[in-house]
Design a protein around this ligand. Structure first.
Ligand SMILES: [Zn+2]
Length: 329
């Protein structure tokens, strides 16, 4: 298919508007299957089977975090770079791509420097193509030995629009690619655009990931349940409130001052501290890595450190800890 016909097919499907909106912030949840008839006429079984595809199971928040910490803080970076600046939809345009390249060229080094200075282990989720385009990012992240590299799809594909076979093939390719470049097999998965197709969880289980981090049924870690059966898969949940992309877009309708956003995150953290649970923040180097935003991120970390009782951890460390505490190993 030519680029022109590819783009036209999206236009014809009425999908391009949604995709355009997703190039800055990530995609909102899309319905993945349409059961028969109007929803107010659905049978009991239709409603229940729709919600039961993937459901939150038991709470995995431990009674205490390592070293008696009050709260676990998991900082994650989705290193999307060029993949969300056009590559994933095939709507390639040079200006947006340059904004993506800022991610690997300027922003990631700035982010990694801050994490190392503050001694904060972090997790970096990569679409495979983001790492293939700038493989030096791996060495930069791995140099300190404290950070994790995990999987964020192949080219930030819209996994909910793929058939199961394609989704599995490119996710397996992404795992292989990350392993080749980093020398370590990734153990964590975050879905591009934070959504699951009807096949995603089964694929993630079949590949053997240690944890999943794309869904939103809790503030605390929990076990995923698939069609009523506990899976043994740890979910480390995300939330749009705790994401830099939607509110840091200076051309969006919901732009906020970085220091105001920092205050929202501080409030989220303070309550997580009081509850003894978890604070998981998703950022994107090409978004958070600008100078005025790094100042806000540094302010957040300084607040956490001043409060004390914080366990800063990679997603992998947190997943292993909660698994052990819950007797899942
Ligand atoms: Zn992403």
């Amino acid at each position: 298919m030519t680029l022109r016909s590819f783009v036209f097919s999206f236009l014809a499907g009425g999908v391009l508007i949604a995709i355009a909106a997703c190039t800055v912030s990530e995609a909102p949840a899309q319905p993945q299957s349409q059961p028969e008839a109007e929803p107010w006429n659905w049978s009991e079984e239709t409603v229940r089977s729709a919600v039961d595809q993937v459901r939150a199971g038991r709470d995995l928040n431990p009674d205490s975090w390592p070293d008696g910490a009050k709260v676990a803080v998991l900082l994650s970076y989705d290193v999307d770079n060029e993949t969300v600046q056009g590559l994933r939809t095939g709507t390639v345009s040079i200006g947006p791509l340059s904004q993506g390249q800022y991610g690997s060229r300027v922003a990631l080094p700035r982010v990694v420097r801050l994490m190392n200075e503050k001694d904060v282990p972090s997790t970096f989720f990569f679409p495979a193509w983001s790492l293939k385009l700038a493989p030096e990012q791996a060495g930069l992240i791995q140099e300190s030995g404290k950070h994790e590299i995990a999987v964020h799809g192949w080219i930030h594909e819209l996994n909910t629009s793929l058939d199961a076979e394609t989704e599995e093939r490119i996710l397996r390719d992404a795992v292989e690619t990350l392993e080749e470049i980093t020398g370590k097999r990734p153990v964590g998965y975050r879905a591009p655009s934070w959504n699951h197709s009807p096949s995603t969880l089964q694929i993630v289980r079949d590949i053997g990931f240690l944890y999943e981090s794309s869904l939103m049924a809790d503030d605390r870690p929990y076990e995923l349940v698939q069609n009523g059966e506990a899976t043994g898969m740890v979910e480390l949940p995300v939330e749009w409130i705790l994401d830099d992309a939607p509110l840091f877009n200076p051309r969006g309708n919901s732009y906020m001052n970085p220091r105001d956003i920092m205050q929202v995150w501080i409030d989220e953290f303070d309550m997580a501290w009081e509850e003894g649970t978890m604070f998981l923040l998703t950022m994107h180097p090409h978004v958070i890595g600008h100078r005025s935003r790094i100042v806000a991120l540094e302010g957040l970390i300084d607040h956490m450190k001043a409060k004390g009782g914080v366990w800063f951890a990679t997603h992998e460390s947190a997943a292993r800890y909660v698994r052990a505490q819950a007797g899942m190993d």
